[in-house]
Ligand binder design. Structure first.
Ligand code: PGA
Length: 252
């Protein structure tokens, strides 16, 4: 593998956090300031209500959103466009998270439209894929993930600078369960092959994050797996201490 960008550790706060939670962004900045040799990029994706203040509080930490509408503007009550995000200094957006696929029936084709919108605005798209427990038990994990990647990431316009893939087995999210190191290695290797097939040299450089119950105590092992280029972290990203424990374990 050549020229891979720095690994990325991104925190997904989901629907958590009032204004007071912004002190966690400040605390993270303080930790970064005293560790100048970090071997990864850091990102926090707070709820939409905190995005604007978070971009003001953040210096080194990137700020990402958790969803977006594909249109530039228009009659879409309650939605936010990619241009609105870049306007306030947001640099990335999580797309196709399994909770959006489950709670809002989001399909890969819609995710692909949002990815294209992210590219239009110059946002990094973190595209989430992953199988359910039933799909894994049926031996379908690789098929499901391959299909999601092929259908969620448009060939045109996608490259290693604007796409990050996050492999998040649905059964590992928020459960404390993680796949075995071998299973992670196998899936990430297959995703790498698929990305190389789709994007040639860029596919070799796209970061592939692992997500699902990542914490300080398992980060070194999971982040040490070949083709794991960072983490997407839910629960353990809410407190700067827990989040930074992941960074300390894997990327100091
Ligand atoms: P978790 O969530 O770390 O709480 O398992 C991960 C995610 O949904 O991105």
């Amino acid at each position: 593998m050549t020229d891979l960008p720095k690994p990325l550790v991104a925190g997904n706060w989901k629907m958590n956090g009032l204004k007071a939670a912004l002190c966690e962004v400040d605390a993270l900045e303080e930790k970064i300031a005293s560790h100048l040799n970090l071997k990864c990029d850091l990102m926090i994706c707070p709820p939409a209500t905190l995005l604007c203040s978070a971009t003001i509080a953040a210096k080194k930490v990137e700020i990402g959103a958790q969803n977006v509408h594909a249109a530039f503007s228009g009659a879409h009550t309650g939605d936010i466009s990619t241009e609105m995000l870049t306007d306030i200094g947001v640099t990335a957006v999580i797309l196709g998270h399994s909770e959006r696929r489950a709670d809002h029936g989001e399909k890969s084709a819609q995710v692909a439209e949002k990815v294209a919108a992210a590219q239009r605005a110059g946002l990094l798209a973190i595209v989430c894929v992953g199988e359910t427990k039933e799909e894994r038990e049926a031996g379908q994990a690789l098929n499901v993930v391959s299909r999601q990647i092929a259908d969620s990431i448009p060939i045109e316009g996608s490259n290693a600078d604007n796409i990050v893939v996050a492999y998040e087995p649905v059964w590992a999210i928020g459960t404390g369960l993680t796949p075995s190191v071998n299973d992670v290695a196998e899936m990430h290797h297959s995703i790498r092959d698929l990305l190389k097939g789709m994007f040639e040299r860029d596919g070799d450089k796209m970061r592939i994050l692992y997500g699902g119950s990542v914490k300080g105590s398992n980060a070194a092992e999971l982040m040490g797996v070949d083709n794991v280029n960072g983490a997407l972290v839910g629960g353990a990203s809410l407190k700067a201490d827990d989040f930074f424990a992941i960074v300390e374990a894997a990327y100091l």
